[in-house]
Write a protein that binds this ligand. Structure first.
Ligand code: FEO
Ligand code: CA
Ligand code: CA
Ligand code: CA
Length: 593
């Protein structure tokens, strides 16, 4: 390996791209193509995608919509020629997916089948060639709302999660709102159930419902018409929403395995979760709650990682301690939007206990209650209200933890919560990146922190900050969302929201973390109009980068599409087999071409 930060993946940063450009923009000398697109058939006998005549039966066997987290893991003993792709499917955009003439019931059924998760095998001729997916491969799998997930940890069997369909409170049908995720050191995939509240009608009157955004309004997709469980006012389903909002764990190498939902990591709008093995062998998982003024969490396993013992390691997220973060700044002179006099946004922090050694640390709440109503439990212990924590990821090179705070337009406006040193701007439209250094081992309960980047376009925004790197030498970056590392420890950040914040297309950016160029931001790619950039995977040693392009053209309609990514069929042209003149969320690869 070359030195820290010096990657084989060399590129000249692209210029920022206007938000209306309907193209994937990559650096000079690179090219891109899809790995897999919405609607591609996954199993033998699955029909080809037909956007004008989709059925639920077909969609259940095709790649789902709005891929967010993704990872590609090589299958051992295949000389790098075979891999497994994981992608999740966060939500659907029915208005651009289906002709308006499709019957509403069919639209609901197909939309539901386009949610969930996918595992698909990939192949390539050799390690210099791009990947293609393999229809009918043995590991291929769709996870649907009919798929059974096993609930693990203290909430399993609790009266808080029992329903008419699951009187034992242990087995849950489906997963919802899957946003980001992480890949564990033992080769399983974690996926975060984020905006699950949008799928339920609820009484909406209790503190619990209100704190989780559950209301009595009809949902956007109206699945409650077909299934009573999506209306928690219905007898027997009062607890159904308590069965969503967890971290899901999937074994992509065993298509017969039962996926898990881990209650020990708490229930909130989990963006995702990322795991690192601590010095003492425990595993630590970090997870953000993506809501304005919500919190950052840390889980420490009870048991120890055992190298090579996959079965054991897959139990590690089922038992352990849960903490929530409090940040304290060290600059008494801190003023909103200004770099403090000591030259840094920085300070110390504490991981405040919620559950330790199987016992609740929250007054008047049981362990089960803390893990189901985690937001309300955390409210009582005084954590720091954050600007929407999205991905939270430890560097496996340094153990430092990076937190993408995407934005918070309401800071300084709602609830008397004003800028602090860790969330340093009111009306924070561009977001920032927090860097945490645990004080002792990775499982420490105290830490130091600083801000790596205060995002924005430095040409027009003097409140931006790049750890002291000259602001006129960075790519503008706004609304950080997903994080990844390359093999030499550089941070890669994908964005979601730059079009409205800085009028530029969302994209993927490399950030140098150490040395003289710490804080240098270089844009690698931009995604088509109205898309967000998700699931970055950086295989820098193969000079290849993958991203999930989510919701391209989402402000259009079926009759008036605003993006034609990725097929780009010309107006009036007859599409080739399998192509359409409409946007399709896809996982793409960018490589030397
Ligand atoms: Fe689904 Fe927090 O983004
Ligand atoms: Ca300071
Ligand atoms: Ca996200
Ligand atoms: Ca986001």
């Amino acid at each position: 390996k070359e030195g820290f930060g010096a990657s084989k993946l060399k590129f000249t940063p692209i210029a920022p791209v206007d938000k209306l450009v309907d193209a994937v923009t990559v650096p000079e000398g690179f090219t891109w193509q899809p790995v897999i697109r919405w609607g591609e058939p996954i199993f033998n006998g699955t029909p080809d995608f037909d956007i004008n005549n989709q059925t639920a039966a077909a969609q259940e066997k095709q790649f789902g919509y709005n891929n967010d987290y993704s990872d590609i893991i090589e299958i051992p003993d295949t000389k790098g020629r075979r891999a497994v792709l994981f992608a999740n499917h966060e939500y659907t955009n029915e208005g651009i997916m289906f002709p308006a003439t499709m019957p509403a019931a069919q639209m609901r059924a197909v939309g539901q089948a386009a949610h969930g998760l996918s595992v698909v095998e990939l192949e390539r001729k050799n390690t210099t060639k791009p990947w293609t997916y393999v229809k009918g491969a043995p590991l291929n799998r769709r996870f649907l709302n009919s798929t059974t997930y096993e609930l693990t940890g203290p909430v399993a069997g609790s009266s808080l999660v029992k329903t008419a369909d699951d009187k034992a409170g242990r087995f849950i049908k489906g997963t919802l709102g899957n946003c980001s995720g992480g890949t564990t050191p033992w080769g399983t995939i974690l996926s975060g159930e984020e905006n699950f509240n949008g799928y339920f009608v609820a009484p909406g009157t209790s503190d619990y419902d209100k704190r989780y955004g559950l209301t009595s309004k009809a949902t956007a997709r109206q699945w409650e018409i077909d299934e009573d469980r999506f209306d928690t006012r219905k007898p027997g389903y009062e607890n159904e929403a308590n069965r969503f909002g967890y971290i899901v764990e999937v074994d992509p190498f065993d298509p017969t395995s039962t996926p898990k939902k881990h209650s020990s990591l708490g229930r909130f709008k989990h963006e995702g979760a990322n795991v690192i093995i601590a010095e003492n062998g425990k595993v630590v998982a970090y997870s953000g709650d993506d809501e304005r003024f919500d919190y950052l969490y840390k889980f420490v396993s009870r048991d120890f990682y055992k190298e090579g013992d996959r079965k054991h390691n897959m139990t590690l997220l089922s038992a352990g301690d849960l903490y929530v973060a409090k940040f304290t700044g060290n600059s008494a002179d801190f003023k909103a939007g200004e770099v403090p006099a000591d030259g840094a946004f920085d300070g110390t922090g504490q991981w405040l206990p919620l559950v330790v050694n199987g016992e609740s640390k929250v007054d008047k709440m049981s362990v089960e209650e803390v893990l189901v109503y985690t937001r309300l439990a955390a409210d009582t212990v005084g954590p720091t209200k954050m600007d929407r924590c999205e991905d939270v990821q430890p560097s496996l090179h340094t153990g430092k933890v990076y937190v993408a705070c995407t934005n918070n337009s309401k800071r300084g406006i709602e609830g008397n919560v004003f800028a602090d040193e860790a969330n340093p701007r009111n009306k924070n439209k561009d977001g920032h990146i927090v860097e945490i250094t645990e004080a002792g081992g990775q499982d420490s309960t105290t830490f130091a922190w600083n801000l790596l980047i205060v995002c924005g376009d430095p040409a027009v925004d003097k409140s931006t900050y790049f750890s002291g790197f000259p602001a006129d030498q960075v790519s503008p970056i706004s609304c950080p969302d997903n994080l990844a590392f390359d093999s030499v420890g550089n941070l890669w950040i994908s964005t979601d929201g730059a079009p409205s914040a800085i009028q530029k297309a969302d994209g993927l950016f490399k950030v140098t973390l150490e040395g003289a160029e710490r804080g240098k931001v270089e844009q690698f790619l931009a995604v088509p109009r109205e898309a967000e950039t998700c699931g970055p995977i950086v295989h820098d040693e193969e000079r290849t980068v993958f991203v999930s392009v989510q919701h391209p053209g989402e402000d259009g309609s079926f009759a008036a599409q605003r993006s034609f990514f990725p097929d780009y069929v010309a107006e009036g042209a007859t599409p080739a087999r399998g192509q359409v003149r409409a946007p399709r969320p896809s996982v793409i690869q960018v490589f030397r071409g």
